[in-house]
Design a protein around this ligand. Structure first.
Ligand SMILES: Cc1cc2nc3c(=O)[nH]c(=O)nc-3n(C[C@H](O)[C@H](O)[C@H](O)COP(=O)(O)OP(=O)(O)OC[C@H]3O[C@@H](n4cnc5c(N)ncnc54)[C@H](O)[C@@H]3O)c2cc1C
Length: 467
């Protein structure tokens, strides 16, 4: 699919579908639609002869795909472009479907506790809307609230709160999706139980725009929990911190989130923000975020978790119960990237079973030490999901060993039965690793499914599989 299929004739057809105001052509005007949030040093290179189309309805998406199918022209969907795997970057000249106008909150159905949302509704839009309803919330929270519902669905987004609430897959009951030939599918619904045939809704979740365009999601919503607190539990050793985590998970008191960062990241990020990291003792701090229905439940959970941490050798834990104190702790956790972003030339999203996480983190530290370098560890630790990185050399260049080190990190991850991506997805930057990680039979089935949905191979070329 090397020749450019974005012809003048195709552009005219797209203008007929959405109106010429919503078709953008020309390299200068389309260049703002090419990349996501992957670091420049390892993002895929974008093809530049693309056309951007902004549909406002499922029917318009269908019209776009019919035209694309006829011309066998590649199609890449661009949601909030907060992705961290290069998924929405077109690597061949493509029609880029920007979902920004599919931004209507169709319904907040309080009886069934579901929200019906167009794909371009951002997480921020949803959270703002739910504020208007007494006591409703949606718990899944990947770090950037500019992420859209369609993007969050097809990347099966996670985030810190997965400890308590799981990932997107757990919360989506139905989808409207448009097949590459323009056919519209209504999948699932507001049903809690639905065992009729293969679950195609679940198949599309995590498909990263390679099978169909999602235009609408039906999402579970939840009663809001009113009592919250954050504990900082400092440990001398990461092994003890991790042991406390598995004990907490077994205790029946399930925190909203359990986050780990290297101590220096907590201390230096706080300093950068003009704050002070209060936990002076220890080398391995856990940030344990609790959220409960009532103050009494919160009190019980704090007490039980404190006891578990103490039993595992924690120094005295610190508590933030007031909103301002909690916000400061979460700010330190969320702003660490500002501290380290200029040091990083590659970063990772591996996950291992939670019982192996301390060995994995220690293994990563040993590995980078062999190369005379370091790595920053930031982990959704109770999910076994570890984000770490490869650092530039002091002169700002990419180290000659970067590729070798990356493969050794992945081998280490596999040795603990892990996966190359816990939440960010394969996109266009981990295609080789997907093929390495998966058994050939599983990979062949995946490719077979892709062929059934997308026989002409027009959906998001280069994502998940080689071009
Ligand atoms: C600061 C920061 C923190 C983050 N933290 C987390 C985190 O904790 N956990 C986590 O899981 N992620 C995290 N992310 C990554 C990102 O926010 C998620 O992957 C998010 O789900 C992407 O949504 P999006 O709308 O931005 O998708 P995009 O980046 O626009 O697209 C992602 C993929 O989905 C496809 N796509 C998008 N919309 C559709 C659609 N409607 N139909 C079909 N295909 C579509 C695209 O083609 C692409 O392949 C973080 C990102 C940032 C910048």
């Amino acid at each position: 699919m090397k020749d450019n299929r974005i012809t003048e004739n195709l552009i005219l057809q797209l203008q007929e579908v959405v109106g010429s105001d919503y078709v953008i052509t020309g390299k200068e005007r389309t260049e703002a639609y090419l990349y996501d949030e992957v670091e420049k040093t390892y993002r895929p290179e974008a093809a530049t002869d693309c056309v951007v189309v902004k549909p406002a309805s499922t029917e318009e998406v269908s019209g776009i795909l019919k035209a694309a199918d006829q011309a066998a022209a590649p199609v890449v969907v661009r949601g909030g472009a907060t992705g961290l795997a290069g998924g929405c970057t077109p690597v061949v000249d493509s029609i880029i479907i920007s979902t920004e106008r599919l931004n209507h909150i169709v319904e907040i159905d309080q009886e069934n506790m579901v929200a019906v949302l167009e794909a371009g509704v951002t997480l921020m839009d949803l959270l703002e809307e739910l504020e208007k309803y007494e006591g409703l919330s949606f718990p899944v929270h990947p770090g950037d609230e500019g992420a859209q519902m369609g993007g969050m669905a097809v990347t099966n987004a996670g985030g810190a709160r997965a400890v308590r609430h799981g990932v997107m897959r757990k919360h989506i009951l139905g989808l409207t999706a448009v097949l590459p030939n323009g056919e519209i599918l209504e999948l699932g619904g507001k049903l809690i139980k639905n065992n009729a045939g293969y679950n195609l809704t679940q198949l599309l979740l995590g498909s990263e725009g390679t099978l169909a365009v999602v235009t609408r999601v039906i999402l579970k919503i939840f009663p809001k929990e009113k009592a919250s607190a954050t504990i900082v539990a400092p440990f001398e050793k990461i092994e003890d911190a991790c042991h406390a985590v598995t004990d907490i998970l077994r205790s029946g008191y399930t925190p909203l989130a359990v986050e780990y960062m290297d101590k220096r990241l907590f201390v230096d990020t706080a300093k950068m923000l003009g704050l002070k990291w209060q936990a002076e003792q220890g080398n391995a701090d856990l940030l344990i975020i609790l959220s409960e229905r009532t103050e009494q439940q919160l009190y019980d959970a704090v007490r039980a978790i404190n006891e578990i941490c103490e039993k595992n050798g924690a120094y005295p834990c610190l508590y933030a119960g007031k909103q301002k104190e909690e916000e400061e702790l979460l700010l330190v956790r969320s702003q660490h990237y500002e501290l380290i972003k200029d040091e990083i030339c590659d970063s990772f999203d591996m996950a291992v079973p939670v019982s192996y996480v301390s060995q994995f983190i220690l293994g990563l530290k040993e590995l980078v030490a062999e190369y005379g370098t370091g790595t920053n560890i930031i982990a959704h630790i109770a999910d076994g999901n570890v984000h770490n990185d490869i650092l530039f050399l002091p002169d700002g260049t990419i180290p000659p060993y970067a590729d070798e080190l990356k493969h050794k990190m992945y081998d280490l991850c596999y040795s603990f039965d892990g996966t190359v991506t816990g939440e960010h997805g394969i996109g266009k930057i981990r295609v080789e690793e997907l093929a390495q990680q998966k058994d050939p039979a599983e990979l062949a089935l995946m490719k077979g499914i892709k062929d059934v949905f997308d026989p002409k191979g027009i959906m998001n070329p280069g994502a998940l599989f080689d071009l």
